[in-house]
Ligand binder design. Structure first.
Ligand code: ADP
Ligand code: MG
Length: 329
């Protein structure tokens, strides 16, 4: 490499620590961090491999932001607030222009979400980005997958299906208007981690998950962990106009398919007990929380908890639908 590892880290990744919780940051063998009293540490890691999780031609800033966003989304789904992150960077070469754009994209998000880079590792090899985020959540208040209860309403934040619609746009050479293209590109490279929504709904929700594998697959995780069935009214699922435009150009896929089995949305699905329905509805009415009720948690009919999707009264058969698609499949 033309830059040694030490110079690379100092030039592109070392910044003065801002938060008083950071006792030691980049430069020592470990970061030393203080978790505030009464809080628990929430930790999650994501690895993105070039050509598999993003196209090889993706811009460095886009790669940084996608990697970071998907990781922050895991914190959101637990109701945790971002604090610190570490970065594992495997690079084919140390290209200064690439590194500058990558770190710019990364720190833009770090500032936006108040999450500071406190360490990492740098190696040479095929382009791979690993990010580990560390967040804090009041002790005992984390939103887990196993807490959905019969009688809960199921909600989703935002629109569902944009991740898969964006992937179709990127992979299949579909032409739609500039505004829709930009909207979907943004959804793909910079999905919005639902950190603020999570903080708002945390006092009221029982269970939550972020939609990364597809709404049905992710709800299935809640169903299994909570030993309940989930019934969804698919006519209630919020779908964006851009997603509809893309599906209009595909003979074999509808916007509902994008939403149900697509994935990569990084919206939250969460469940709310009856006693808090009014609180959630009030947040939605005040426009501080963008969320839609799409179904119910019901008693499990069999030993195998399942997700059932309806269009009105009609039960849909999703068994033939394809699931999550990587770039190299
Ligand atoms: P060691 O050999 O002790 O593991 P390294 O030489 O790997 O240390 O890293 C030196 C310092 O730089 C450590 O504090 C490490 O956390 C940090 N660091 C290394 N790579 C990165 C990176 N890509 N981003 C942020 N910090 C990094
Ligand atoms: Mg090291």
């Amino acid at each position: 490499m033309s830059l040694n590892e030490f110079d690379l880290i100092n030039t592109y990744f070392k910044r003065p620590a801002k938060h008083s919780s950071i006792i030691k940051s980049i430069g020592d063998d470990c970061a030393l961090l203080t978790v505030p009293e009464g809080y628990q540490l929430a930790v999650s890691m994501d690895t993105l491999v070039s050509g598999r999780h993003f196209p090889e031609e993706a811009l460095p800033g886009e790669i940084a932001q996608r990697a970071f966003c998907t990781c922050l989304s895991d914190l959101a789904s637990m109701g945790a607030e971002p604090r610190w992150f570490t970065l594992g960077l495997t690079l084919p070469a140390s290209d200064k222009g690439w590194l500058a754009a990558f770190s710019e994209g990364l720190f833009e998000l770090a500032d936006e979400y108040d999450c500071e880079l406190v360490g990492g590792d740098t190696t040479q090899g095929p382009l791979t980005i690993s990010i580990q985020v560390h967040g804090v959540v009041p002790a005992g208040a984390a939103l887990t997958r196993n807490a959905a209860t019969v009688g809960d309403k199921v909600y989703v934040t935002g629109c569902v299906g944009d991740g898969a619609a964006a992937l179709a746009l990127l992979l299949k050479n579909i032409a739609v208007d500039t505004e829709s293209t930009q909207y979907l590109r943004q959804r793909f490279y910079r999905p919005e981690p639902q950190i603020k929504a999570a903080e708002l709904l945390r006092p009221y929700a029982n269970a939550a998950i972020d939609i990364s594998d597809g709404l049905v697959a992710d709800l299935q995780h809640i169903a299994k962990a909570s030993s309940v069935d989930i019934e969804i009214d698919t006519t209630k699922i919020p779908i964006s106009p851009a997603s509809l435009l893309i599906s209009d150009q595909l003979s074999d896929t509808s916007a509902l398919d994008f939403a149900l089995v697509g994935g990569d949305d990084y919206q939250l699905a969460f469940t709310v007990p009856k006693k808090y329905e009014d609180d959630i509805q009030a947040l939605i009415a005040q426009d501080v929380l963008k969320a839609t009720a799409i179904g119910d948690i019901v008693k499990s009919k069999t030993a195998q908890p399942e997700v059932r999707c309806f269009a009105g009264d009609q039960l849909l058969d999703l068994s033939a639908k394809k699931g999550y698609q990587h770039f190299a499949s």
